[in-house]
Design a protein around this ligand. Structure first.
Ligand code: NAD
Length: 309
């Protein structure tokens, strides 16, 4: 598991261990932290290795599955780390693919709904090619992931590696960083601090947000299935950013309300996965409703802020 000490990676490591797998987590801690997997350190079947996957990827012994999740993922991170983002999506992905080829393992690439850019097709189906500005500020992330998809496909066709590509839509849950710049953790942090929640633009742009447990179930179903993808995994319930902010304010009991700030450059207008492929092939659909996922996430943020206070 590359990027296993990050938000999604740490949940995937936990679930894989719970299902009886042996997990080697490779992470440089660029945007993740060992604290995310501290609860796994006393498990005999878990190993954490500090490693920048753009340097090399090596795991001794047999490997059945390579999950390649290493990459800065939040806009704050990839705007600060543009070269690292492009390198991990290109050189890092080719190293992780090399490991899968050497071991005869299945390989799953964490791609993203950002490959659709500011989409002109709604909802987004996997056969839509996207609308990405390669030289815009977000291009470093979107194009790194598009390259990652291309090289993954080339390893499948050229070397016969058993590959899968998952296009992950916005996911939220415990272990997101309060300052990572993504909307939900930012809103929760602000609301719990009694500050007004900052909505970009007029908040009419939409997002479809998936609770992390649903996403993990979908990814592991794809890993077990053998489908090549690309396959959308996300929650198709579409909410305006303003609605998300209002729900966070209500869930936290904040009295500070909302405030409106400038929209970031190339911020997508709409985002909603068409998940019929995942439903048909994997029998997968999200189960955790937004209100419940939000309550669980707010409880976790309350708990960590009370520990660090
Ligand atoms: P995250 O930043 O919490 O985790 C990424 C992890 O990768 C971190 O632990 C980081 O230290 C590690 N990493 C980065 N560069 C590395 C390198 N060169 N070598 C080794 N480790 C490195 O982000 P996340 O939200 O958990 O995202 C994980 C993956 O899922 C990313 O590939 C991201 O693009 C993808 N994704 C996430 C979302 C989402 O909503 N969270 C949506 C779409 C795609």
């Amino acid at each position: 598991m590359t990027g296993g000490a990050g938000f999604l990676g740490s949940h995937l490591c936990t679930e894989l261990l719970d299902r009886g797998a042996e997990v080697v987590c490779l992470d440089s801690f660029l945007t993740g932290t060992p604290a995310n997997v501290a609860h796994l350190m006393d498990r005999r079947t878990f190993r954490l290795v500090r490693c920048d996957v753009t340097d090399f990827v090596h795991v001794p012994g047999p490997v059945d599955l390579v999950l390649h999740f290493a990459s800065p993922a939040s806009p704050v991170d990839y705007l600060q780390l543009p070269i690292e983002t492009l390198k991990v999506g290109s050189i890092g992905t080719s190293h992780a693919l090399g490991l899968a080829k050497e071991k005869g393992a299945r390989f799953v690439l964490a791609s993203t709904s950002e490959v659709y850019g500011d989409p002109q097709v709604h909802p987004q189906t996997e056969d839509y090619w996207g609308h990405v500005n390669p030289v815009g500020p977000r291009g470093v992330y979107d194009e790194a992931k598009r390259f990652g998809e291309a090289i993954t496909t080339a390893y499948r066709s050229t070397h016969g590696v058993d590959t899968g590509i998952v296009r992950i839509f916005n996911t939220y849950g415990p272990r997101m960083r309060p300052h990572d710049g993504r909307a939900i953790p930012t809103f929760i942090r602000q609301a719990l601090a009694g500050e007004p929640v900052t909505v970009a633009g007029d908040g009419t742009q939409t997002r479809s947000v998936c609770y992390v447990d649903d996403l993990v179930r979908g990814i592991l179903a794809l890993a077990a299935h053998g489908h090549s993808g690309p396959m959308n995994i996300g929650n198709p319930t579409e909410l305006t950013v303003r609605q998300i902010a209002e729900d966070v304010v209500a869930a936290t009991g904040s009295r500070a309300g909302l405030t409106f700030i400038e929209r970031p450059v190339d911020d997508p207008e709409v985002r909603r996965p068409d998940t019929s492929l995942a439903a048909r092939e994997l029998g997968w659909s999200p189960e955790v409703p937004w209100a419940e996922g939000l309550d669980r996430t707010v409880s976790w943020f309350r708990q960590v802020s009370s520990v660090s206070a």
